[in-house]
Write a protein that binds this ligand. Structure first.
Ligand SMILES: [Fe+2]
Length: 335
C-alpha cells in the first residue's frame, strides 16, 4: 500500500506538504477574502441589533461559509487534484460525492472547541490553508487513530456509535497532534477522527478552504424542486433562529441545512454551476460535483431524480417543521 494511503487509514488523516504552488493559493486567498467580507456584511445587516451568542455563524468567532460556484475557487478544481483523488478513491469503498464546498474560518478570539467527531459515519474532509497556521492562530488538533473502533482495528467505512462521553475518554488515551500547516499544504481527515479547533490568538483570521466528500450508493437524488423546498425551510429556520441568539435553535437550523444538502449529495442546488465554469472542469472535478445543478443540461442527466428520494426528503422536511416549532416554544435557556 502507498505510504500516503497507509497513513490515512492508520492515523485517520494525511498531511500533504507543499503540493500547491504559492501564487495559486494567494490568488484563491484574495478571492476568498472578497467573498468573506461580503458574507460578514450580509450577516451583520440581517441580524443587526440582535447579537448572537457566537458572534459568528458556527461557534464562538468561528465561521463556515459555502463557497460560490461562479468563482475561481470552484473552477480551479483544487478539490480534484490527482494526489487528493488517488487517496479518496482508495479509502472510499463506494462512489463518493463532494457534498459541501465550503470554508472553515477561525476569527481572532475563537476558543478551543469541544473535543468532537464531525460524525459517526465515514466521510472525508479536505482542508486547504490559505495562510500558515500553528498553535498561535488556531491549527486543528487531531487525536490520531480515533477514527477506528479500537487502536489496532482494521480500517473500514463502517459507522461507529461513540457517545460524547466515550469520545472524551478515547481522546484522553491519545496524544493530540497539532496539524500545523503552511501555504501550499493540504490535509485530508476522516470525519470520524476526534479533533477540535484551537484558539486563534493572533490578530488575523485563519481561513481554510474545505471540501467534504460523502459516500454515495448510487446516482439517485431528490428532484431539484424538493431540494429547493428543503433549502427554503432551512432559510426560514435561520431567519428565526439567529435573532433569538438561542444556540439550540441555531444548531437545529444548521443541522437541518446539512441534512438537506446531505440527502441531495450536493450543496450546489441553490448555487448552480454555469456552463462557463463547468467547461473548465476536469473529468475528476465533474465526478466530484455530479450531483450539482448545472446550466449545461447534459451534465444534469447523470443523476436520476427519483420519487423515492424526493419522498424521503419531503418526510424530513415535514418532521423538521414540527420539531422546530416545538423547540421554539420549549422553555430552554435563552442566551
Ligand atoms: Fe469539527
Amino acid at each position: 500500500m502507498k505510504p500516503t494511503i497507509d497513513h490515512f487509514k492508520k492515523e485517520g488523516y494525511y498531511h500533504g506538504k507543499s503540493y500547491f504552488n504559492i501564487p495559486q493559493i494567494e490568488e484563491l486567498h484574495t478571492e476568498f477574502n472578497y467573498h468573506f467580507e461580503e458574507k460578514i456584511k450580509r450577516f451583520n445587516e440581517r441580524f443587526e441589533g440582535n447579537q448572537t451568542n457566537y458572534g459568528a455563524n458556527h461557534d464562538i468567532n468561528r465561521w463556515n461559509m459555502l463557497l460560490p460556484s461562479d468563482s475561481q475557487l470552484l473552477s480551479s478544481g483544487f478539490y480534484a487534484e490527482p494526489a487528493i483523488m488517488e487517496i479518496l478513491h482508495e479509502v472510499f469503498h463506494t462512489d463518493f460525492s463532494l457534498v459541501f464546498f465550503s470554508s472553515d474560518i477561525a476569527a481572532p478570539g475563537s476558543k478551543f472547541q469541544q473535543i468532537h467527531q464531525d460524525g459517526n459515519d465515514f466521510a472525508v474532509a479536505l482542508n486547504i490553508p490559505l495562510i500558515d497556521s500553528d498553535e498561535v492562530n488556531g491549527a486543528t488538533q487531531v487525536f490520531p487513530k480515533t477514527h477506528l473502533v479500537s487502536e489496532n482495528a482494521v480500517f473500514t467505512n463502517d459507522s461507529n456509535e461513540f457517545t460524547d462521553d466515550e469520545i472524551i475518554e478515547r481522546a484522553n488515551q491519545q496524544t493530540p497532534v497539532y496539524l500545523n500547516v503552511t501555504k501550499g499544504d493540504f490535509t485530508l481527515r476522516d470525519l470520524r477522527l476526534i479533533h477540535r479547533g484551537t484558539p486563534n490568538n493572533s490578530a488575523a483570521i485563519r481561513p481554510y478552504l474545505s471540501a467534504i466528500y460523502l459516500p454515495v450508493e448510487n446516482n439517485e437524488a431528490p428532484t431539484f424542486e424538493t431540494i429547493e423546498k428543503g433549502l427554503e425551510v432551512f432559510k426560514k429556520f435561520k431567519q428565526e433562529a439567529f435573532p433569538t441568539g438561542r444556540v439550540d435553535l441555531i444548531d437545529y437550523a444548521n443541522t437541518f441545512g446539512r441534512l438537506v444538502m446531505g440527502m441531495s449529495n450536493s450543496d450546489r442546488i441553490h448555487r448552480p454551476i454555469s456552463k462557463k465554469i463547468s467547461d473548465q472542469l476536469s473529468e475528476q472535478a465533474l465526478y466530484c460535483l455530479r450531483f450539482s445543478k448545472f446550466e449545461d443540461a447534459t451534465l444534469n442527466n447523470k443523476i436520476v431524480r427519483t420519487i423515492e428520494s424526493s419522498q424521503a426528503l419531503e418526510n424530513e422536511i415535514s418532521n423538521a417543521l414540527i420539531e422546530f416549532e416545538a423547540l421554539k416554544n420549549s422553555p430552554t435557556t435563552t442566551h
